[in-house]
Design a protein around this ligand. Sequence first.
Ligand code: PLP
Length: 462
Amino acid sequence: MKYMSTRGEVRGIPFKDAVMMGLAEDGGLLLPEEIPVLADHELDALADLTYPELAFQIISRYATDIPAADLKELIDRSYASFTHPAVTPVVKKDGVYILELFHGPTLAFKDVALQLLGNLFEYLLAERGEKMNIIGATSGDTGSAAIYGVRGKQNINIFILHPLKKVSPIQELQMTTVTEENVFNLAVDGTFDDCQSIVKQIFNDLEFKREFALGAVNSINWARVLAQVVYYFYAWAQVSKETGEREVYFSVPTGNFGDIFAGYIAKRMGLPIRRLVLATNANDILSRFITAGDYSISEVNPTYSPSMDIQIASNFERYLFYLYDENPGMVRNVMATFQESGALQFPQPLKYRIADEFLAATVNDERTVETIRSFHAETGYTLDPHTAVGVCAARDLQLDDAPVICLATAHPAKFDQAVEKAIGQKPQRPASLDGIEDKPARCSVIEADEVAIKAYVEEHVD
Ligand SMILES: *Cc1c(COP(=O)(O)O)cnc(C)c1O
């Protein structure tokens, strides 16, 4: 399997190089040159596999240049760090299926991808005798998951930018209390979009990128999307086995369009997904895109679901590539227009195509809290605010013609303030958070400036 850029000037890249490259050198995002489609009997054969076995079945189709035994070992080790034997269990509550993606070390779905990516990096660096400096931006969950993915690993440093005081207290502690020497936390005086655009600028400085052997962990890395494709298959297998239904809906709380794009890839691979439900909080650029063909940026609004407080969705370009029938010239034009004007309007024929794949709904803070409250009252189950956005969106859309699987993207204990507001008590804390407030922490505050951040990296690599 080879990889190419959405902008068409990079092609024929093997999987291993695609993982190491992150952003393509023409400014686009890497995608497989073709997407394997599973036949019905291959889908049926997934039903009785464990999570790591199923992960191997999916990932090995894309990582064709890694020997099977090595890939198996990497996958097994990555998911052994999860505290639930099913890795991503599915539970049924009040008529909907909840796909619990939060049993990894940092209690959010990003561990599913970043545990694997950390191990892949370590494996590939050892093979090549190289070092890597990872630079990434986080609205909260990516940072801690990335840090846990590479903490203490050989030949890797990690620099994570988070918006100062705009992540939840627990998220901040999960990052800053990792004090291994290869981990650098930078609290940037700005928004998440500032952090993300600085990281993009740094990666676009090809000389700097080469000199410091930069690596990416943001959802622009194809390996992350790929790792996330797995749980769509896994959840589908559980639910279709239980219900006898072939088609399902997935409701996905969305920020950067990474998680839901993995669902889109699963759909293209033949997984019977009737529609993907794109659920946003008040930062609704993506739901406006789905419902009205309007992709135009506005201000970032802070909400109770901070990991979705995003205006520019970094994975959106990957979907555009397919929307424009895999035409990189169109993607280049459209992205240039967006760069200039901050807005894209899609014509009716494309709106029909978008509506064939996606539904969307927006859920504000008030309704998020109300959903946590009512779901808890009805079922005794505590949703985190991100998951609640997805559950509420699915309810709003009244999907009663196929089972609905809602992605639970974080453990409620990570966002205990919003949960307490809803149900009058803090959710129970899992063992991994015990005593986190009392641990030593390390973090540097820095201005939202590309030059300052490059200087920091230069100073701190050995
Ligand atoms: C990152 C994150 C999201 C959004 O996922 P995207 O891939 O950015 O769309 C939703 N919920 C939680 C808890 C997250 O950490």
